[in-house]
Design a protein around this ligand. Structure first.
Ligand code: AHR
Length: 662
């Protein structure tokens, strides 16, 4: 049946048939319109365990004993840790705070060994599991000092001797998969590192640290990383997840959110300065989404990841007001930083620009250089605010931040905000304010049913080209039950064709949210789901990936005349200057196949065939289920084309025709 369909691309002269069918005209003679080089990118926010327990490759959960009941009522400093006694060993755990490894990292474990037996210590099972691959190297590390020295226990060994410690990876049945020994000596915090290489794989391993003499250790920042992180970066990212993101070929990356930016109360915004420098010196924080952020994946790692992806960084900072809905805010509404604190806050924002772009010998450029990146990162966009209520408090603070950036860094494009919806009060006021401020770009957000996207394909056609550019910072088609369906993916595909057509005014666009760990999903739909070992891209992901792979830098005037009938049909044509290829996209969101009469006017001689990538051609409710083979995957073949031909777009499908330029 599919073979039959694939041959339904008819070379035709069928003028009579064309009269009844939609006509797609591609005018190669008319001037092409430049498309923003950064049009399609990604939105990253640490919700659904996207960072800790997600993209950040750390395998130990609660590595610095900073979990607390303020994050989750059932949590405390020893959550996810167990006191582990082997043989007839005995000991206890205590919480230290008198002499922390760093003031930003205030708590640590005090492990007291009363009777060593075969070892007394702690064990950790990670984020639901610690998966280990056979023969792969894992870097284990911890900070420690001897908390008690001297002859404290009568008859015990001399406590001035170093404390022998075993670091082990054990399988769920207790079998030792790899181990190493270190000695902790002295009263100063010292970092200990070993490499562990398990001989066999395990899905639910445990990390075990055992001390072997009576005495006590102060222990903090207990860490386990696969050596094989994305691009081999230290303190790096999970290779499989990062690769799935890289495969989207994003041209920019927004971080750290979303609502995470302005936080659950004015004292809890995301402060970039807490997220750079040595990891043991970063200040962990309660995540707005109700869990713990170590900040191990912080601004340095975000910028480095952008560089590894070839994507432009788009950090977003608070506009000096907190989220009007989240955390401490319900019933209190939006609150602004006291005005007398604004100069210091604005300085932090300016410092961020210096940290990203300043020379290595500038104050903040030196912090970046010390982390291993002397060259500037090339920051050019900075978002200020996220879905804020456009109130006098917001406007006053935004203006102060915006003007300070303009004065000191006119090269930076400040992105303003227009509320959480595609219309309504904050949207209208946000745009009015942006125009008044002469802002260069405005962030729009919308999560709407699939039909909304079909109904708004013309949204940007009438936007004022002399006004601010648009960043579609968060969007997703929310189907019934907020599921990732083919229906939603194709509505987004149709919308993306309209963004290509408007790529002169829409500068950036990012689907949201990006990641979700199974078992910790707080928001659906998302683009990529994962467990500790597997990655499950959604059908919406496939659409994003296809648009990333088949993007262009110029839009070729394309018109679709469908007659009086209301069809779910959309199309675009772009030119990729690097390859010279012409890329035609046709989306059919209807239940029936649709014959489209394609007419290509002007330009050079056309090739006789095009590469066709066909995605969909399946029920609208199709969805990729975890663990199953993908319900729908793109198929590629070669099809004949001509100046005029009839193309049958299958029901519920995205077709990409790639006409080679050379
Ligand atoms: O993407 C999830 C959330 O949706 C973001 O944090 C927020 O900006 C939006 O409301």
């Amino acid at each position: 049946m599919n073979r039959l369909r694939s041959h339904c691309l008819l070379l035709a002269v069928a003028a009579a048939a064309a009269a009844a069918q939609p006509v797609l005209t591609i005018d190669l003679a008319a001037p092409a319109k430049p498309i923003s080089p950064e049009l399609f990118g990604i939105f990253f926010e640490d919700l659904n365990y996207a960072a800790d327990g997600g993209l950040y490759a750390e395998l130990i959960q609660n590595r610095s004993f900073e979990y607390s009941a303020t994050e989750r009522s059932e949590w405390g400093p020893f959550s996810f840790w167990d006191l582990t006694k082997r043989g007839d060993g005995d000991g206890q755990l205590g919480l230290g705070d008198a002499r922390p490894v760093h003031v930003n990292n205030p708590h640590y474990l005090l492990l007291t060994v009363l009777k060593p037996g075969d070892g007394v210590g702690v064990s950790n099972g990670g984020f639901d599991q610690i998966p280990l691959a056979a023969g792969e190297a894992y870097e284990a590390s911890f900070w420690a000092y001897q908390a008690y020295m001297g002859r404290k226990w009568a008859g015990g060994p001399d406590q001035r001797k170093p404390m022998p410690v075993t670091i082990r990876l054990e399988d769920s049945d207790g079998a030792v998969l790899a181990e190493a020994r270190v000695e902790v000596a002295g009263r100063e915090w010292t970092n200990h590192r070993v490499t562990l290489t398990p001989a066999r794989a395990a899905t639910h391993a445990r990390f075990v640290l055992l001390a072997h003499e009576p005495g006590a250790l102060a222990i903090d920042m207990v860490s386990l990383f696969p050596r094989d992180t994305f691009q081999g970066r230290a303190n790096g990212l999970r290779a499989d997840l990062a690769q799935a993101i890289a495969d989207l070929r994003p041209r920019f990356m927004r971080f750290p959110g979303g609502c995470l930016v302005h936080g659950p109360g004015i004292r809890h915004y995301y402060d970039w300065k807490d997220t750079v420098g040595p990891v043991e010196q970063r200040r962990a924080q309660r995540n707005l989404w109700g869990y713990h952020q170590t900040m191990g994946l912080g601004y340095f790692e975000y910028f480095q990841f952008c560089e590894d992806l070839g994507a432009v960084p788009v950090p977003v900072v608070t506009a000096g007001v907190c989220c009007q809905h989240a955390g401490d805010s319900p019933n209190r509404g939006q609150e602004g930083l006291p005005l007398e604190e604004m100069p210091a806050y604005i300085q932090d924002v300016l410092d961020l620009i210096e940290w990203a772009n300043g020379p290595a010998d500038s104050k903040w450029g030196a912090v970046r250089a010390a982390a291993g990146h002397p060259a500037p990162f090339g920051l050019k966009y900075l978002g200020v605010g996220n879905e804020d209520e456009i109130s006098p408090a917001f406007e006053e603070r935004f203006r102060m931040i915006h003007d300070a950036i303009q004065r000191k860094h006119p090269e930076i494009v400040v992105i303003g905000t227009s509320g959480p919806f595609p219309d309504g009060r904050d949207f209208v006021k946000g745009w009015e304010f942006a125009r008044q401020m002469k802002a260069e770009m405005v962030d729009e957000h919308y999560y709407r049913p699939p039909q909304w996207f079909w109904d708004h394909l013309g949204r940007y056609d009438g936007y004022d080209r002399a006004g601010p550019k648009v960043y579609v910072g968060e969007y997703a088609a929310h189907d019934e039950g907020r599921r990732n369906t083919l229906r939603s993916a194709l509505a987004e595909a149709a919308y993306l064709t309209s963004l290509e057509r408007n790529g002169d005014i829409v500068a950036l666009a990012s689907y949201a949210p990006l990641l979700s760990r199974r078992g910790h999903t707080q928001w659906t739909p998302d683009l990529i789901y994962f467990t500790g070992t597997e990655v499950f891209p959604s059908l919406n992901y496939t659409v994003q990936k296809l648009f990333g792979e088949h993007r262009g830098d110029a839009y070729v005037p394309t018109t679709l005349e469908a007659g009086p009938t209301r069809l779910r049909l959309a199309a675009s044509t772009v030119r990729d200057r690097r390859s010279g290829d012409l890329i035609v996209k046709i989306v059919n969101g209807d239940d029936t196949a649709r014959a489209v009469q394609v007419r290509i006017a002007g330009g050079r001689a056309l090739p006789a065939t095009a590469q066709r990538i066909l995605f969909g051609d399946a029920p609208a409710d199709a969805a990729n289920s975890d663990g199953d083979a993908p319900a729908v995957v793109p198929r590629t073949d070669t099809v004949p084309i001509a100046r005029e031909f009839s193309y049958e777009a299958p029901a519920h499908s995205l077709t990409i025709l790639r006409l080679p330029g050379r």
